[in-house]
Write a protein that binds this ligand. Sequence first.
Ligand SMILES: [Cu+2]
Length: 489
Amino acid sequence: MSNPPVGVPCACRNRCSWVTDRGHEPPSVGAAAARRLVRLATVLAVVLGTSYAVAQHGTQHGHDAVHGTAHTSPTRVFHLYATDGYHRTADGATLYIWGYSLEDVPGTATLPAPTIEVNEGDHVEIVLTNIGPSRPGVQRAAHTIHLHGLDVDQANDGVPETGPSARVGESITYRFTATHAGTYWYHCHVETVEHLTMGMYGALVVHPADGPGRAWTDGPSYDRAYTLLLSESDPAWSAAVGESRRVERTRFDPRYFFINGRSFPDTMTASDTHVMGHLGERVLVRLINAGYGWRSMHMHGFHFEVIASDGRPLPAPLLKDTISIAPGERYDLLVTLDQLGSYPFHSHVLLDNMNDGVYPGGIHTMVTVVPVGDPLELPHHGGHGDQADRVESDAEAVGGLEAVVEMAYDRFSPDVLTVPVGTTVSWVKVDGLGRVHAVYAPTFKSPDMRAFETWQHTFDEVGVFEYECPHHNAMIGFIRVVESAESAP
Ligand SMILES: [Cu+2]
């Protein structure tokens, strides 16, 4: 959208009423009716699966990204709505979050916020509207957008002490020109330690002037690209904010560690976090550390070229297999997929590898390379968080009793499963690793299982059945068979 002259009614379809030299001003009281219409349009758009304000496309690797609305001018316009929401973790916990949404609907914030993609040379406008939290009793805080690494001017820097902030009901338009292709991010800068840890962050990618395909204008080319945004969450902070209690800010004890909001094993089953490609392809991995913890990212099986950092090319590529990334930093890695197989790509920092203290979890995903011409297939099953739902729906679907134990990373999950008598339990090897697993007990025994293979056994007697994998020492599980469906949790 081109900028209307200062002081005239704003033509944007947001709630701004006037454009001034400091951006779009908050709506007047008379704008309330128009706002209701906009809200209705948004709801309709959501129902119809379209967005009136922002087009949303899956890119080549399935990552959700937003692209500015098409205008005749080179200005790209994005609308983000600051509100709250809920985020489900890999182990089934629910975190109260704050964030940015594409929808003008309270409670729809996502973790992380939508990825914004523009091209070098684009004039960019990001219209932030603070629509307030959906949760009753929560503080109605002001918010901003700080464009980390974009070197914008003071008015667009998103720092409340040096520029405007949007209170509930207000909008701010941030304007800048994308001058250097590279990897950036954005976050709220109001009470930063709290608003950032609550989830107010997202990736911002600047492609070369002619679009994706090269790391920068005339830079190295790639076949696929992944943007991996690293962060963490302390459920105690989340709960305190959600219950309007004071957060003890000297005690930050994160329990969940994310890549694009997912933790292992959910990272393996999502197309935006499981790095995949064909033999011989070159993959660009954009690493962003949006958290407060240092991470040390190690890729098994490959050395990668570190080609850029913080939105600028390095003078010469650095060939590494492990890279430290400090809070706020970005690195662009170019990896040539020169051997087949599945390889872990994970943080080497101890805490990063757990979900609420349970290993393995957290900032851990896979790089999978398949022969040219083969489909890029993700593992079939969701993570631990989806398991209870799936067992329930399976039982309904077949009119019988079924349950699933996943085998990944030399672990049975859940390692203790309680089922009613008569249940058929399926063991599924959900990782793509070459290692072989099997299920051995005195009264049942499976054949060896490889990636994505499955084996079933029906339990007709009440009791506790211990079993193990004969190939891996500490890989032990229990099936507890109880009388009726009512006594199973
Ligand atoms: Cu904020």
